[in-house]
Design a protein. Structure first.
Length: 193
C-alpha cells in the first residue's frame, strides 16, 4: 500500500512540477506535500487502555485500599473455585469510545480468562459518562448471558450508581456475578465455535 501511495505521490509531484516553479534541491516542497497527502497514522488504541495491574484496576479511585484488597481476595477465591477470571475496572473516562467498544478492546488486550476456555469477565464502571458494563468472554456466554448480565446491571448496580455509592455498586455487582458463576460451576467453560 505504501508503494502505491509513494507512486501516486510522485505522479502528483511530477504534475505539480510541470505546472509550477522548478522543485528546489532541498526537498522542502516535497516534504510539505508529502505531509499533507500522507496523514499521520491513527493512534494505537491499546495505548489508551489502562494497564492490567491486578484483579481490581481502580483508575477512577472509587474504592478505598481496604475495599480493593477485600475484592482482590474474593476474586482470587472465585478463580480458585471456578477457574473463571473476574476483573473490576473503573475508568476516569472512556475517551470518547462507547463502553461496549472499550470493553471489547480491553478484554482482547488484557486477555482475561484462561486460554481455550475464554472464561473472563470484566465489570467496567465509568462514572464520568455514567456507564457500566459486564463484558463476558465467549466461554461464559451460556452462563452469564446478556439477559442475566443486564439483570445484574439493572437490579444490583444501577440503584447504587444513581446514588453515587460506587463502592456499594461494585460490591453488589461483583457478588452477583460471582454467585452466578459459582451456581453454574459444574458447567464446562469452553469457547463455542
Amino acid at each position: 500500500m505504501r508503494a502505491r501511495l509513494a507512486s501516486a505521490l510522485l505522479s502528483i509531484l511530477a504534475l505539480g512540477a510541470c505546472q509550477q516553479a522548478p522543485v528546489r534541491a532541498d526537498n522542502t516542497a516535497l516534504e510539505s506535500i508529502a505531509n499533507t497527502l500522507v496523514p499521520e497514522p491513527p493512534p494505537d488504541p491499546a495505548a489508551a487502555l489502562p494497564a492490567l495491574t491486578g484483579r481490581v484496576v481502580d483508575n477512577a479511585n472509587l474504592l478505598s485500599p481496604a475495599e480493593e484488597a477485600q475484592l482482590t481476595t474474593e476474586l482470587a477465591a472465585l478463580e480458585r473455585r471456578t477457574s473463571d477470571q473476574l476483573v473490576i475496572v473503573t475508568l476516569p473516562s472512556l475517551n470518547g469510545q462507547t463502553i461496549e467498544a472499550f470493553g471489547v478492546a480491553l478484554g482482547n488486550h488484557w486477555r482475561v480468562g484462561q486460554r481455550g476456555k475464554d472464561n473472563g469477565v470484566l465489570l467496567i464502571v465509568a462514572p464520568a459518562e455514567r456507564e457500566v458494563r459486564i463484558a463476558v468472554g465467549l466461554g461464559l456466554e451460556a452462563i452469564l448471558t446478556n439477559a442475566r448480565a443486564q439483570q445484574i446491571v439493572e437490579r444490583d448496580l444501577l440503584p447504587a450508581l444513581r446514588r453515587r455509592a460506587y463502592n456499594e455498586a461494585i460490591f453488589a455487582g461483583t457478588h452477583q456475578i460471582a454467585a452466578m458463576l459459582v451456581e453454574h460451576e459444574a458447567e464446562p467453560r469452553r469457547r463455542q465455535r
